[in-house]
Design a protein around this ligand. Structure first.
Ligand code: SPV
Ligand code: MG
Length: 562
Protein backbone atom coordinates (compact mmCIF):
# COMPACT_ATOMS: atom_id res chain seq x y z
CA UNK A 1 0.00 0.00 0.00
CA UNK A 2 1.58 3.23 -1.08
CA UNK A 3 1.60 6.32 1.11
CA UNK A 4 -0.03 8.20 -1.74
CA UNK A 5 -3.05 5.94 -1.84
CA UNK A 6 -3.52 6.36 1.88
CA UNK A 7 -3.16 10.08 1.76
CA UNK A 8 -5.87 10.48 -0.85
CA UNK A 9 -8.22 8.03 0.75
CA UNK A 10 -9.28 9.58 3.99
CA UNK A 11 -12.93 8.69 4.21
CA UNK A 12 -13.10 5.38 2.43
CA UNK A 13 -10.77 3.36 4.58
CA UNK A 14 -7.75 3.58 6.80
CA UNK A 15 -4.80 1.28 6.94
CA UNK A 16 -3.43 1.30 10.45
CA UNK A 17 0.31 1.29 10.50
CA UNK A 18 3.14 2.47 12.66
CA UNK A 19 3.63 6.15 12.27
CA UNK A 20 6.60 8.24 13.20
CA UNK A 21 6.13 9.56 16.72
CA UNK A 22 5.53 13.14 15.58
CA UNK A 23 2.78 12.03 13.16
CA UNK A 24 0.76 10.40 15.89
CA UNK A 25 -2.55 12.01 16.57
CA UNK A 26 -1.97 11.89 20.32
CA UNK A 27 1.30 13.81 19.94
CA UNK A 28 -0.31 16.32 17.63
CA UNK A 29 -3.06 16.98 20.16
CA UNK A 30 -0.70 17.23 23.11
CA UNK A 31 1.35 19.73 21.13
CA UNK A 32 -1.78 21.80 20.52
CA UNK A 33 -2.57 21.82 24.24
CA UNK A 34 0.97 22.86 25.10
CA UNK A 35 1.53 25.25 22.23
CA UNK A 36 2.34 28.81 23.28
CA UNK A 37 -0.19 30.23 20.88
CA UNK A 38 -3.97 30.03 21.00
CA UNK A 39 -5.15 26.93 19.13
CA UNK A 40 -8.61 26.12 17.78
CA UNK A 41 -10.49 22.89 17.38
CA UNK A 42 -13.90 22.49 15.79
CA UNK A 43 -16.91 20.30 16.39
CA UNK A 44 -17.71 17.37 14.11
CA UNK A 45 -20.30 14.66 14.54
CA UNK A 46 -19.66 12.07 11.82
CA UNK A 47 -17.05 11.06 9.26
CA UNK A 48 -18.17 13.60 6.69
CA UNK A 49 -18.25 16.62 9.02
CA UNK A 50 -14.89 15.57 10.48
CA UNK A 51 -13.38 15.54 7.01
CA UNK A 52 -14.92 18.92 6.25
CA UNK A 53 -13.31 20.35 9.42
CA UNK A 54 -9.92 18.99 8.44
CA UNK A 55 -10.24 20.39 4.92
CA UNK A 56 -11.16 23.79 6.38
CA UNK A 57 -7.75 23.83 8.06
CA UNK A 58 -8.53 22.91 11.67
CA UNK A 59 -5.77 21.14 13.53
CA UNK A 60 -8.11 19.17 15.76
CA UNK A 61 -11.70 18.01 16.20
CA UNK A 62 -14.11 18.21 19.11
CA UNK A 63 -16.36 15.15 19.02
CA UNK A 64 -19.17 17.00 20.72
CA UNK A 65 -21.59 15.06 22.89
CA UNK A 66 -24.36 17.49 22.04
CA UNK A 67 -23.81 17.14 18.30
CA UNK A 68 -23.24 13.40 18.25
CA UNK A 69 -26.50 12.99 20.18
CA UNK A 70 -28.31 15.42 17.90
CA UNK A 71 -27.23 13.72 14.69
CA UNK A 72 -28.63 10.48 16.14
CA UNK A 73 -31.83 12.42 16.88
CA UNK A 74 -31.60 11.98 20.64
CA UNK A 75 -30.96 14.27 23.62
CA UNK A 76 -27.60 15.18 25.10
CA UNK A 77 -28.46 13.20 28.23
CA UNK A 78 -26.52 10.00 27.61
CA UNK A 79 -29.41 8.60 25.59
CA UNK A 80 -27.03 7.29 22.94
CA UNK A 81 -24.89 4.53 24.43
CA UNK A 82 -21.15 5.00 24.61
CA UNK A 83 -20.58 2.14 22.18
CA UNK A 84 -22.87 3.85 19.66
CA UNK A 85 -20.70 6.96 20.00
CA UNK A 86 -17.62 4.79 19.64
CA UNK A 87 -18.83 3.47 16.29
CA UNK A 88 -19.21 7.00 14.99
CA UNK A 89 -15.83 8.01 16.39
CA UNK A 90 -14.24 5.23 14.42
CA UNK A 91 -15.68 6.66 11.18
CA UNK A 92 -14.48 10.12 12.18
CA UNK A 93 -11.02 8.87 13.01
CA UNK A 94 -10.74 6.87 9.78
CA UNK A 95 -11.84 9.89 7.77
CA UNK A 96 -9.23 12.27 9.11
CA UNK A 97 -5.57 12.69 9.94
CA UNK A 98 -6.01 15.38 12.59
CA UNK A 99 -6.48 14.49 16.26
CA UNK A 100 -9.91 14.07 17.80
CA UNK A 101 -10.85 14.84 21.39
CA UNK A 102 -13.99 13.04 22.55
CA UNK A 103 -16.40 14.96 24.71
CA UNK A 104 -16.63 12.00 27.09
CA UNK A 105 -19.34 13.51 29.35
CA UNK A 106 -18.86 11.96 32.80
CA UNK A 107 -16.88 8.97 31.49
CA UNK A 108 -20.12 6.93 31.24
CA UNK A 109 -19.81 5.43 34.72
CA UNK A 110 -17.22 5.17 37.46
CA UNK A 111 -13.40 4.89 37.36
CA UNK A 112 -13.66 1.40 35.89
CA UNK A 113 -15.84 2.47 32.98
CA UNK A 114 -13.41 5.33 32.48
CA UNK A 115 -10.48 2.93 32.13
CA UNK A 116 -12.28 0.87 29.54
CA UNK A 117 -13.29 4.02 27.66
CA UNK A 118 -9.66 5.15 27.38
CA UNK A 119 -8.58 1.72 26.13
CA UNK A 120 -11.28 1.69 23.47
CA UNK A 121 -10.52 5.26 22.41
CA UNK A 122 -6.84 4.49 21.95
CA UNK A 123 -7.75 1.49 19.85
CA UNK A 124 -9.60 3.85 17.53
CA UNK A 125 -6.78 6.36 17.32
CA UNK A 126 -8.66 9.02 19.31
CA UNK A 127 -6.13 11.43 20.78
CA UNK A 128 -7.84 12.75 23.90
CA UNK A 129 -10.90 12.60 26.09
CA UNK A 130 -12.53 15.39 28.04
CA UNK A 131 -14.55 14.41 31.12
CA UNK A 132 -16.76 16.71 33.14
CA UNK A 133 -17.34 16.69 36.88
CA UNK A 134 -21.08 16.04 36.79
CA UNK A 135 -23.18 12.95 37.50
CA UNK A 136 -24.35 10.31 35.03
CA UNK A 137 -26.67 10.77 33.18
CA UNK A 138 -25.51 14.33 32.54
CA UNK A 139 -27.52 17.24 31.21
CA UNK A 140 -26.20 19.69 28.66
CA UNK A 141 -24.70 22.70 30.44
CA UNK A 142 -26.93 25.13 28.56
CA UNK A 143 -30.18 23.45 29.52
CA UNK A 144 -31.75 25.14 32.51
CA UNK A 145 -32.49 21.93 34.23
CA UNK A 146 -33.39 22.32 37.93
CA UNK A 147 -29.84 21.62 38.95
CA UNK A 148 -26.53 20.41 37.62
CA UNK A 149 -25.31 18.12 40.39
CA UNK A 150 -21.53 18.01 40.59
CA UNK A 151 -19.37 14.95 41.15
CA UNK A 152 -17.53 14.54 44.42
CA UNK A 153 -14.03 15.97 43.94
CA UNK A 154 -12.20 12.89 45.20
CA UNK A 155 -14.32 10.54 43.16
CA UNK A 156 -13.62 12.63 40.03
CA UNK A 157 -9.88 12.75 40.81
CA UNK A 158 -9.98 8.94 41.02
CA UNK A 159 -11.51 8.85 37.54
CA UNK A 160 -8.76 11.10 36.17
CA UNK A 161 -6.08 8.92 37.74
CA UNK A 162 -7.71 5.75 36.40
CA UNK A 163 -7.80 7.26 32.91
CA UNK A 164 -4.13 8.28 33.06
CA UNK A 165 -3.13 4.86 34.37
CA UNK A 166 -5.14 3.09 31.66
CA UNK A 167 -3.63 4.92 28.69
CA UNK A 168 -1.02 2.92 26.81
CA UNK A 169 0.30 5.81 24.77
CA UNK A 170 2.14 8.43 26.87
CA UNK A 171 0.81 11.30 24.78
CA UNK A 172 -2.92 10.45 25.08
CA UNK A 173 -4.51 13.43 26.83
CA UNK A 174 -7.15 13.65 29.54
CA UNK A 175 -8.83 17.02 29.90
CA UNK A 176 -10.78 17.73 33.08
CA UNK A 177 -13.84 19.93 32.61
CA UNK A 178 -15.06 22.02 35.51
CA UNK A 179 -18.79 22.67 35.73
CA UNK A 180 -18.77 24.67 39.00
CA UNK A 181 -19.56 27.95 37.23
CA UNK A 182 -22.44 26.32 35.33
CA UNK A 183 -23.83 24.80 38.54
CA UNK A 184 -23.54 28.12 40.39
CA UNK A 185 -20.89 27.04 42.89
CA UNK A 186 -18.68 30.04 42.19
CA UNK A 187 -15.08 30.81 41.39
CA UNK A 188 -13.43 29.46 44.55
CA UNK A 189 -14.93 26.04 44.02
CA UNK A 190 -13.83 26.13 40.36
CA UNK A 191 -10.26 26.93 41.35
CA UNK A 192 -10.24 24.34 44.13
CA UNK A 193 -11.36 21.69 41.63
CA UNK A 194 -8.87 22.84 39.00
CA UNK A 195 -6.07 22.42 41.51
CA UNK A 196 -7.25 18.94 42.50
CA UNK A 197 -7.74 17.75 38.91
CA UNK A 198 -4.37 19.13 37.88
CA UNK A 199 -2.74 17.28 40.77
CA UNK A 200 -4.59 14.08 39.80
CA UNK A 201 -2.85 14.18 36.41
CA UNK A 202 -5.20 16.03 34.05
CA UNK A 203 -3.30 17.30 31.02
CA UNK A 204 -5.49 20.41 30.80
CA UNK A 205 -8.45 22.07 32.46
CA UNK A 206 -11.60 23.04 30.54
CA UNK A 207 -13.39 25.84 32.33
CA UNK A 208 -16.98 26.11 31.18
CA UNK A 209 -19.33 29.07 31.46
CA UNK A 210 -22.85 29.75 30.23
CA UNK A 211 -22.60 33.52 30.60
CA UNK A 212 -22.93 35.79 27.58
CA UNK A 213 -19.80 37.69 28.67
CA UNK A 214 -16.42 36.06 29.08
CA UNK A 215 -15.84 37.66 32.51
CA UNK A 216 -16.03 34.36 34.45
CA UNK A 217 -13.52 32.47 32.35
CA UNK A 218 -11.22 35.46 32.16
CA UNK A 219 -11.10 35.86 35.94
CA UNK A 220 -10.60 32.11 36.33
CA UNK A 221 -7.61 32.30 33.99
CA UNK A 222 -6.16 35.30 35.83
CA UNK A 223 -6.29 33.35 39.11
CA UNK A 224 -5.10 30.07 37.66
CA UNK A 225 -2.26 31.63 35.75
CA UNK A 226 -0.08 29.30 33.70
CA UNK A 227 -0.14 26.28 36.00
CA UNK A 228 -1.43 24.16 33.12
CA UNK A 229 -3.20 24.53 29.78
CA UNK A 230 -6.75 25.94 29.92
CA UNK A 231 -9.42 25.23 27.30
CA UNK A 232 -12.58 27.28 26.76
CA UNK A 233 -15.87 26.93 24.84
CA UNK A 234 -17.11 30.40 23.88
CA UNK A 235 -20.53 29.28 22.58
CA UNK A 236 -22.38 31.77 24.81
CA UNK A 237 -19.77 34.51 25.08
CA UNK A 238 -19.13 34.42 21.33
CA UNK A 239 -19.11 38.22 21.05
CA UNK A 240 -15.78 38.37 22.89
CA UNK A 241 -12.99 39.17 20.43
CA UNK A 242 -10.68 36.19 19.99
CA UNK A 243 -7.68 38.39 20.76
CA UNK A 244 -8.96 38.69 24.32
CA UNK A 245 -8.50 34.94 24.71
CA UNK A 246 -5.04 35.25 23.20
CA UNK A 247 -4.09 38.02 25.56
CA UNK A 248 -5.22 35.89 28.51
CA UNK A 249 -2.99 33.06 27.30
CA UNK A 250 -5.69 30.44 27.00
CA UNK A 251 -4.44 27.31 25.38
CA UNK A 252 -7.33 26.21 23.20
CA UNK A 253 -10.72 27.39 21.95
CA UNK A 254 -13.42 24.87 21.05
CA UNK A 255 -15.98 25.94 18.44
CA UNK A 256 -18.36 23.42 19.91
CA UNK A 257 -21.48 23.00 17.79
CA UNK A 258 -21.39 25.26 14.75
CA UNK A 259 -20.98 22.65 12.02
CA UNK A 260 -24.07 20.79 13.18
CA UNK A 261 -26.06 23.99 13.57
CA UNK A 262 -25.19 25.18 10.08
CA UNK A 263 -26.15 21.76 8.67
CA UNK A 264 -29.49 21.94 10.51
CA UNK A 265 -30.34 25.33 8.94
CA UNK A 266 -29.33 24.14 5.48
CA UNK A 267 -31.26 20.87 5.76
CA UNK A 268 -34.38 22.61 7.06
CA UNK A 269 -34.37 25.15 4.26
CA UNK A 270 -33.72 22.59 1.50
CA UNK A 271 -36.32 20.12 2.80
CA UNK A 272 -38.93 22.88 3.06
CA UNK A 273 -38.29 24.13 -0.45
CA UNK A 274 -38.37 20.73 -2.11
CA UNK A 275 -41.55 19.86 -0.26
CA UNK A 276 -43.26 23.11 -1.20
CA UNK A 277 -42.04 23.41 -4.79
CA UNK A 278 -42.21 19.73 -5.72
CA UNK A 279 -39.23 20.23 -7.95
CA UNK A 280 -35.50 20.75 -7.63
CA UNK A 281 -34.92 23.77 -9.86
CA UNK A 282 -34.46 26.39 -7.20
CA UNK A 283 -32.15 24.38 -4.96
CA UNK A 284 -29.95 22.45 -7.37
CA UNK A 285 -27.35 25.18 -7.79
CA UNK A 286 -27.20 26.11 -4.13
CA UNK A 287 -26.41 22.68 -2.71
CA UNK A 288 -23.27 20.55 -2.98
CA UNK A 289 -23.07 18.58 -6.21
CA UNK A 290 -23.11 14.79 -6.14
CA UNK A 291 -19.57 15.04 -7.50
CA UNK A 292 -18.53 16.98 -4.41
CA UNK A 293 -20.00 14.25 -2.22
CA UNK A 294 -18.04 11.65 -4.19
CA UNK A 295 -14.89 13.72 -3.75
CA UNK A 296 -15.39 13.91 0.01
CA UNK A 297 -15.92 10.16 0.08
CA UNK A 298 -12.61 9.60 -1.70
CA UNK A 299 -14.17 8.11 -4.84
CA UNK A 300 -11.09 8.93 -6.90
CA UNK A 301 -8.86 6.90 -4.64
CA UNK A 302 -11.10 3.89 -5.16
CA UNK A 303 -10.79 4.26 -8.92
CA UNK A 304 -7.02 4.38 -8.59
CA UNK A 305 -7.12 1.33 -6.34
CA UNK A 306 -9.30 -0.54 -8.82
CA UNK A 307 -6.77 0.12 -11.55
CA UNK A 308 -4.09 -1.21 -9.24
CA UNK A 309 -5.79 -4.25 -7.75
CA UNK A 310 -8.60 -5.48 -9.99
CA UNK A 311 -7.88 -7.95 -12.80
CA UNK A 312 -7.51 -5.98 -16.03
CA UNK A 313 -10.28 -7.78 -17.90
CA UNK A 314 -12.84 -7.16 -15.18
CA UNK A 315 -12.14 -3.49 -14.57
CA UNK A 316 -12.41 -2.42 -18.20
CA UNK A 317 -15.01 -4.71 -19.64
CA UNK A 318 -18.47 -3.39 -20.37
CA UNK A 319 -21.58 -5.40 -21.15
CA UNK A 320 -24.49 -4.84 -23.48
CA UNK A 321 -27.68 -6.77 -22.80
CA UNK A 322 -30.26 -6.88 -25.59
CA UNK A 323 -33.62 -6.91 -23.84
CA UNK A 324 -35.99 -4.98 -26.11
CA UNK A 325 -38.16 -7.88 -27.25
CA UNK A 326 -41.48 -8.88 -25.77
CA UNK A 327 -41.05 -12.64 -26.22
CA UNK A 328 -44.47 -13.33 -27.70
CA UNK A 329 -44.15 -17.08 -27.15
CA UNK A 330 -44.52 -16.38 -23.44
CA UNK A 331 -48.20 -15.39 -23.77
CA UNK A 332 -49.64 -13.72 -20.68
CA UNK A 333 -46.29 -13.78 -18.88
CA UNK A 334 -45.14 -10.90 -21.04
CA UNK A 335 -48.44 -9.00 -21.19
CA UNK A 336 -47.04 -6.14 -19.10
CA UNK A 337 -43.28 -6.66 -19.24
CA UNK A 338 -40.58 -7.78 -21.62
CA UNK A 339 -39.24 -11.30 -21.38
CA UNK A 340 -36.14 -10.09 -19.54
CA UNK A 341 -38.33 -8.97 -16.63
CA UNK A 342 -40.27 -12.17 -15.99
CA UNK A 343 -39.62 -13.59 -12.58
CA UNK A 344 -37.62 -16.73 -12.06
CA UNK A 345 -36.55 -17.77 -8.59
CA UNK A 346 -37.72 -14.54 -6.92
CA UNK A 347 -36.11 -12.12 -9.33
CA UNK A 348 -36.17 -11.14 -12.95
CA UNK A 349 -34.12 -12.87 -15.63
CA UNK A 350 -32.32 -9.59 -16.07
CA UNK A 351 -31.40 -9.49 -12.36
CA UNK A 352 -29.82 -12.92 -12.70
CA UNK A 353 -27.88 -11.73 -15.72
CA UNK A 354 -26.75 -8.54 -13.94
CA UNK A 355 -25.60 -10.65 -10.99
CA UNK A 356 -23.58 -12.93 -13.27
CA UNK A 357 -21.87 -9.94 -14.86
CA UNK A 358 -21.22 -8.30 -11.50
CA UNK A 359 -19.78 -11.55 -10.16
CA UNK A 360 -17.33 -11.52 -13.08
CA UNK A 361 -16.31 -7.97 -12.11
CA UNK A 362 -18.26 -6.21 -14.87
CA UNK A 363 -20.21 -3.28 -13.53
CA UNK A 364 -20.93 -1.18 -16.61
CA UNK A 365 -24.12 -2.76 -17.88
CA UNK A 366 -25.92 -1.19 -20.83
CA UNK A 367 -29.37 -2.68 -21.20
CA UNK A 368 -31.42 -2.03 -24.35
CA UNK A 369 -35.11 -1.92 -23.59
CA UNK A 370 -38.07 -1.47 -25.93
CA UNK A 371 -41.30 -3.35 -25.25
CA UNK A 372 -42.91 -2.13 -21.97
CA UNK A 373 -39.71 -0.25 -21.28
CA UNK A 374 -40.88 1.22 -17.96
CA UNK A 375 -40.93 -2.30 -16.52
CA UNK A 376 -37.14 -2.47 -16.92
CA UNK A 377 -36.25 -0.70 -13.71
CA UNK A 378 -33.20 -2.28 -12.10
CA UNK A 379 -30.73 -0.06 -10.25
CA UNK A 380 -27.15 0.42 -11.43
CA UNK A 381 -27.70 -0.26 -15.11
CA UNK A 382 -27.49 2.16 -18.03
CA UNK A 383 -30.71 2.12 -19.97
CA UNK A 384 -30.73 2.47 -23.76
CA UNK A 385 -34.13 2.87 -25.41
CA UNK A 386 -35.02 1.25 -28.70
CA UNK A 387 -38.41 2.85 -29.26
CA UNK A 388 -38.56 1.22 -32.72
CA UNK A 389 -38.23 -2.24 -31.20
CA UNK A 390 -41.35 -3.50 -33.01
CA UNK A 391 -39.89 -2.76 -36.46
CA UNK A 392 -36.22 -3.45 -35.87
CA UNK A 393 -34.01 -6.43 -35.10
CA UNK A 394 -31.37 -7.23 -32.51
CA UNK A 395 -28.65 -5.47 -34.44
CA UNK A 396 -30.46 -2.17 -34.37
CA UNK A 397 -30.68 -2.43 -30.57
CA UNK A 398 -26.97 -3.26 -30.49
CA UNK A 399 -26.23 -0.25 -32.70
CA UNK A 400 -28.04 2.05 -30.25
CA UNK A 401 -26.18 0.50 -27.31
CA UNK A 402 -22.78 0.86 -28.97
CA UNK A 403 -23.48 4.59 -29.24
CA UNK A 404 -24.27 4.76 -25.54
CA UNK A 405 -21.39 2.73 -24.12
CA UNK A 406 -18.80 4.83 -22.31
CA UNK A 407 -15.07 4.45 -21.72
CA UNK A 408 -12.73 2.02 -23.35
CA UNK A 409 -12.38 -1.72 -22.97
CA UNK A 410 -13.62 -5.08 -24.11
CA UNK A 411 -17.37 -5.38 -24.67
CA UNK A 412 -19.49 -8.42 -23.97
CA UNK A 413 -22.84 -8.66 -25.72
CA UNK A 414 -25.57 -11.03 -24.59
CA UNK A 415 -29.34 -11.42 -24.51
CA UNK A 416 -31.82 -10.47 -21.82
CA UNK A 417 -33.33 -13.94 -21.91
CA UNK A 418 -30.20 -16.06 -21.71
CA UNK A 419 -28.98 -17.31 -18.33
CA UNK A 420 -25.42 -18.53 -18.05
CA UNK A 421 -23.02 -19.46 -15.33
CA UNK A 422 -20.18 -17.16 -14.41
CA UNK A 423 -17.49 -19.62 -15.52
CA UNK A 424 -18.72 -19.39 -19.11
CA UNK A 425 -18.30 -15.65 -18.95
CA UNK A 426 -14.87 -16.03 -17.35
CA UNK A 427 -13.74 -18.32 -20.16
CA UNK A 428 -14.91 -15.84 -22.79
CA UNK A 429 -13.22 -12.95 -20.95
CA UNK A 430 -9.95 -14.87 -20.71
CA UNK A 431 -9.59 -15.32 -24.49
CA UNK A 432 -7.76 -12.34 -25.94
CA UNK A 433 -8.98 -12.66 -29.54
CA UNK A 434 -10.84 -9.78 -31.18
CA UNK A 435 -14.12 -11.69 -31.42
CA UNK A 436 -15.03 -14.53 -29.08
CA UNK A 437 -18.25 -16.54 -28.77
CA UNK A 438 -19.37 -19.23 -26.32
CA UNK A 439 -20.70 -22.40 -27.95
CA UNK A 440 -22.56 -25.29 -26.30
CA UNK A 441 -21.12 -28.52 -27.67
CA UNK A 442 -23.83 -30.54 -25.92
CA UNK A 443 -26.44 -29.06 -28.24
CA UNK A 444 -27.96 -32.49 -29.05
CA UNK A 445 -29.37 -32.78 -25.52
CA UNK A 446 -31.73 -29.88 -26.08
CA UNK A 447 -31.99 -30.09 -29.86
CA UNK A 448 -35.49 -29.73 -31.21
CA UNK A 449 -35.63 -28.72 -34.83
CA UNK A 450 -38.98 -26.98 -34.24
CA UNK A 451 -37.18 -24.58 -31.96
CA UNK A 452 -35.18 -21.84 -33.53
CA UNK A 453 -31.56 -22.13 -32.39
CA UNK A 454 -28.34 -20.49 -33.51
CA UNK A 455 -26.40 -23.57 -34.57
CA UNK A 456 -22.78 -23.21 -35.50
CA UNK A 457 -20.29 -24.92 -37.78
CA UNK A 458 -16.71 -24.44 -36.61
CA UNK A 459 -13.16 -25.10 -37.80
CA UNK A 460 -13.19 -28.28 -35.67
CA UNK A 461 -15.59 -30.07 -33.32
CA UNK A 462 -15.23 -30.10 -29.57
CA UNK A 463 -12.67 -32.89 -29.32
CA UNK A 464 -9.67 -33.14 -27.05
CA UNK A 465 -7.62 -31.56 -29.84
CA UNK A 466 -9.86 -28.54 -29.78
CA UNK A 467 -8.54 -27.81 -26.32
CA UNK A 468 -5.09 -27.16 -27.74
CA UNK A 469 -6.13 -25.37 -30.90
CA UNK A 470 -7.83 -22.13 -31.56
CA UNK A 471 -11.26 -23.08 -32.89
CA UNK A 472 -13.00 -20.53 -35.10
CA UNK A 473 -16.54 -20.03 -36.27
CA UNK A 474 -17.35 -20.83 -39.90
CA UNK A 475 -21.09 -20.33 -39.98
CA UNK A 476 -24.00 -19.59 -37.68
CA UNK A 477 -27.50 -20.57 -38.80
CA UNK A 478 -30.68 -22.27 -37.69
CA UNK A 479 -30.65 -24.31 -40.89
CA UNK A 480 -27.28 -26.01 -40.74
CA UNK A 481 -27.65 -29.72 -41.51
CA UNK A 482 -27.29 -31.87 -38.40
CA UNK A 483 -24.08 -33.65 -39.43
CA UNK A 484 -22.37 -30.27 -39.80
CA UNK A 485 -23.50 -28.78 -36.51
CA UNK A 486 -20.75 -28.46 -33.91
CA UNK A 487 -22.79 -26.72 -31.29
CA UNK A 488 -25.28 -24.02 -30.38
CA UNK A 489 -24.26 -20.41 -29.82
CA UNK A 490 -25.02 -19.39 -26.24
CA UNK A 491 -25.75 -15.82 -27.24
CA UNK A 492 -22.52 -14.40 -25.82
CA UNK A 493 -20.14 -12.42 -28.03
CA UNK A 494 -17.08 -10.59 -26.80
CA UNK A 495 -15.48 -7.81 -28.84
CA UNK A 496 -11.97 -6.70 -27.90
CA UNK A 497 -11.10 -3.08 -27.25
CA UNK A 498 -8.85 -3.15 -30.33
CA UNK A 499 -11.66 -4.34 -32.63
CA UNK A 500 -14.34 -2.12 -31.14
CA UNK A 501 -14.19 0.71 -33.70
CA UNK A 502 -14.22 -1.68 -36.66
CA UNK A 503 -17.05 -3.66 -35.09
CA UNK A 504 -19.12 -0.54 -34.43
CA UNK A 505 -18.64 0.59 -38.04
CA UNK A 506 -19.77 -2.78 -39.42
CA UNK A 507 -22.89 -2.80 -37.22
CA UNK A 508 -23.67 0.77 -38.29
CA UNK A 509 -23.21 -0.13 -41.94
CA UNK A 510 -25.52 -3.16 -41.72
CA UNK A 511 -28.39 -1.38 -39.96
CA UNK A 512 -28.20 1.59 -42.29
CA UNK A 513 -27.96 -0.52 -45.42
CA UNK A 514 -30.97 -0.17 -47.77
CA UNK A 515 -30.57 -3.87 -48.58
CA UNK A 516 -32.28 -6.52 -46.46
CA UNK A 517 -32.03 -7.30 -43.67
CA UNK A 518 -30.92 -3.72 -42.77
CA UNK A 519 -32.66 -2.58 -39.58
CA UNK A 520 -34.16 -6.05 -39.17
CA UNK A 521 -30.77 -7.81 -38.97
CA UNK A 522 -30.08 -10.18 -36.11
CA UNK A 523 -26.92 -11.25 -34.30
CA UNK A 524 -26.24 -14.39 -36.38
CA UNK A 525 -26.33 -12.20 -39.48
CA UNK A 526 -23.66 -10.03 -37.89
CA UNK A 527 -21.45 -13.02 -37.02
CA UNK A 528 -21.67 -14.36 -40.57
CA UNK A 529 -20.97 -10.89 -41.93
CA UNK A 530 -17.86 -10.58 -39.75
CA UNK A 531 -16.60 -13.89 -41.18
CA UNK A 532 -17.45 -12.82 -44.72
CA UNK A 533 -15.35 -9.71 -44.19
CA UNK A 534 -12.37 -11.80 -43.14
CA UNK A 535 -12.62 -11.47 -39.35
CA UNK A 536 -11.93 -14.51 -37.27
CA UNK A 537 -14.37 -15.38 -34.47
CA UNK A 538 -12.84 -17.54 -31.73
CA UNK A 539 -15.05 -20.30 -30.36
CA UNK A 540 -14.98 -21.27 -26.68
CA UNK A 541 -16.64 -24.67 -26.28
CA UNK A 542 -18.55 -25.55 -23.18
CA UNK A 543 -21.25 -28.09 -22.40
CA UNK A 544 -24.59 -27.01 -20.98
CA UNK A 545 -24.89 -24.66 -18.04
CA UNK A 546 -26.78 -22.00 -19.90
CA UNK A 547 -30.43 -21.52 -20.77
CA UNK A 548 -32.20 -19.66 -23.51
CA UNK A 549 -35.60 -18.79 -22.05
CA UNK A 550 -37.95 -18.73 -25.04
CA UNK A 551 -41.08 -20.50 -23.89
CA UNK A 552 -43.13 -21.06 -20.78
CA UNK A 553 -41.49 -24.51 -20.54
CA UNK A 554 -38.11 -22.80 -20.52
CA UNK A 555 -39.31 -20.64 -17.62
CA UNK A 556 -40.20 -23.77 -15.71
CA UNK A 557 -36.80 -25.27 -16.55
CA UNK A 558 -35.04 -22.08 -15.45
CA UNK A 559 -36.51 -22.41 -11.95
CA UNK A 560 -34.05 -25.22 -11.34
CA UNK A 561 -31.15 -23.38 -12.96
CA UNK A 562 -29.02 -22.66 -9.91
C1 SPV B 1 -20.77 19.64 23.77
O1 SPV B 1 -20.46 20.16 22.69
O2 SPV B 1 -21.43 18.60 23.84
C2 SPV B 1 -20.34 20.27 25.01
C3 SPV B 1 -20.10 21.67 25.02
O3 SPV B 1 -20.28 19.58 26.01
S1 SPV B 1 -21.54 22.39 25.57
O4 SPV B 1 -22.63 21.99 24.75
O5 SPV B 1 -21.23 23.82 25.50
O6 SPV B 1 -21.74 22.00 26.96
MG1 MG C 1 -21.09 17.79 25.84
Amino acid sequence: MSEKLQATNPLAFTVRHDRRATDKKTVKFRNLLQSDQLEFICEAHNGLSAKICEEAGFKGIWASGLCLSAQFGVRDSNEASWTQLMEMLEFMSDATSIPIMLDGDTGYGNFNNMRRLVTKLEQRDIAAVCIEDKLFPKTNSFIHSREHPLADIDEFCGKIKAAKDAQKCDSFSVVARIESLIAGWGMDEALRRAEAYHAAGADAILIHSAKSKADEVLSFKKEWGDRGPVVIVPTKYYSTPTDVFREHRFSMVIWANHILRSAVSAMQSTARRIQEEECLHSIEDSIASVGEVFRLQGAQELQAAEARYLPVSAQKTRAIVLAAARGSDMGELTADRPKAMITVRNKSLLSHIVDAYNAAGISQLNVVRGYCKDAVDLPNINLVDNDDYADTGELYSLHLALNAVTGKGDTVISYGDVLFRKYILDAVLEADDDFVIAVDAAWRETANRDRSADYVACSMPNTRNAFYRSVTLEKMDNDIESPHIHGEWMGILKVSEAAYERFTAIVREIVHSPQAPGRAADMPHLCNELIRRGHSIRVIYSTGNWLDVDTVEDVVASSSFQ
